[in-house]
Write a protein of this length. Sequence first.
Lengths: 188, 107
Amino acid sequence: MGMSAFVFAGSSQFIAVGLIAAGASIGTILLTTFIVNLRHALYATTLAPHMNHLPQKWLLPLGFWLTDETFVVAVQRYDQPDRSPFKHWFTLGSAVFMYTNWQLCTFIGLVAGSAISNPESWGLDYAMIVTFIGMLVPMVKSRPILLAVLVAGVTSLATHSLPNQAGLFIATIMGVVAGVIAERSSTP
Amino acid sequence: MNELLLLLGMFLVTFGVRYPVLAIVSRIQLPEIINQGLKYIPPAVLMAIITPAVLNPEGKGVVLSLSNAPLFAGLIATLVAWRTKNVFLTIVIGMAAFWLWRWLLFS
């Protein structure tokens, strides 16, 4: 519960719990956490240009609460054509809701975890994948984006066996590079 | 193991890759090529998360067959998302397809 409140990074938490159970050292756990979280640096870079008018007191909480889910929701909001100056409120709302929900569900998990014999068998983790599919498909609006997506997909399969989700980071970079190259070669 | 030390360390590491980047990049003007690349990050990240989860759900190799429930449901979800552009509908129909297909396979 303490970990959910202060660390707030789902994949790192799962991996850390696994490493603690395996008796790994603090140094190993911290290094692993760092690698798993590298992708957030990419997220932050993407969102930053939208937030250059915000004061420090906004960036601190948004930085701490930045997650996969909040990032995806925020990007969609920023991509909409209206010029609302309050889009960071939307991002904060998503972040706070994610955080509250995360704490609540960690608590429910602590209480219910012992009562359910086989939690994985419900397939609830697949709901995240379906959600991401629903978000990804409308994003594919041009050939360079399609190419970026295909390259990222193939690379993610090829690098899936790498430890610590390093493959996710590599696949994303490869996809981005492919997209930029395609865009540059189509518009001289 | 010192649990407090571990918690503090994990907090610093997770926060350390998020906030400083957000704070620094939002203050400077990025070169054109970086700005061009940024818009490819969201779709590339999503695809990199989705693909292994759907094609290699057990982590033991790619399964290109209809006995792979995540793949079947993923195709249905893609079709729904493409036709409707409605995320909520995609979740509902995608999960329904997933559970139904698994139930049909294992009963």
